[in-house]
Design a protein around this ligand. Sequence first.
Ligand SMILES: Cc1cc2nc3c(=O)[nH]c(=O)nc-3n(C[C@H](O)[C@H](O)[C@H](O)COP(=O)(O)O)c2cc1C
Length: 253
Amino acid sequence: MDIDLSLVGMEKGQQYETIITTLDKEGNLNTAPIGVICKNKKEVLCRIFEGSNTLANIRNQRNFIINITLDPILFTLATIGNIPSEYFNIDLDNNLNSGFKTKSFKTDNSKIKSFKADNSKIKSFKADNSKINTKIPTLKNVDAYLICEVLDIKEAVKKSDPIRKSRAGLISSKVVEIVLNKDYVNAPNRGFYSLIESLVNFTRINFVEEDKQKYFLDRFVESKRIINKVGSKKDKEAINLLKKALENRGYNI
Ligand SMILES: Cc1cc2nc3c(=O)[nH]c(=O)nc-3n(C[C@H](O)[C@H](O)[C@H](O)COP(=O)(O)O)c2cc1C
C-alpha cells in the first residue's frame, strides 16, 4: 500500500495537532507542537512562525517527522521545552552526549543510521520513489509518525491570527513514510474538543450567574472561531446547531 494519510485519520483540508521533531545543523533534536494541514493523501502543509527552531531546522535539513499522539504529557513537554531523550528510541550506547545530541548524527554521513520505532511498530508504508533517509530519532509510544520531505517553503504573513501578525514559513511537504504503532490511529483535531467544551458549557449556562454566562458566551464565540478554522464539516454543522439552541434559549451571540 502506498502513502495514504487516511491511515492516521487525516482528511483533505483538515488541520491536526501534532508534535514535529527536527534536527539542527549540529545534530541537536528539537520538538514542538505544530498544526498540520492535510493537503491531499500524500502531502501536508504547516505554517510555522519565523524565529522558531522548527522552521530553521526544516529550512536547513529539508526533512522532519510528524508525530501523531494523544499523549498529554508529550504535548506538554514539547510545549514547555523539549521532550527529554528517554522518550526517544535513541541508541544509548551510541555516544549519547549532552541533551539529545549523538555523534552519529553529525559524523556518520556515508552510512545513514536509521532509528526504528520500538517493537510495537506494526506497519510501515513507504512512497514508491522514496529516497529519504532521515537521521531523526523516533519517539517511543506515539501512535504513528510520518517522515516528511520538504517540497517548497513560501513566506507568509497570517493576518487573521488572533495572537500575532507575524511572518511565517508555509511549508509544503510530501510524506515519504507512514509508520503505524497502533491499529487505529486518529490525529487530534481542536475542532472536536472545542465542540465538547461548548456542549458542556451549554448544559451549565442556565444555572450560573450573569457574569459567568457572559464568560460562557465568550468561550462559545472563540470555540466557533476555532471550529470554523480547523473543524470538520460535522463539527461546523454541530456548532451551528448549538448556536441556534442558545439563541432559542434567549442568549444573544
Ligand atoms: C497544540 C499547539 C499547536 C501549535 N501549532 C503551531 C503552528 O502550527 N505553527 C507555529 O508556528 N507554532 C505552533 N505552536 C506554537 C509552537 O509550538 C511554539 O511556538 C514553540 O515554542 C516552537 O518551538 P521551537 O522554537 O522549538 O520550534 C503550537 C503550539 C501548540 C501547543
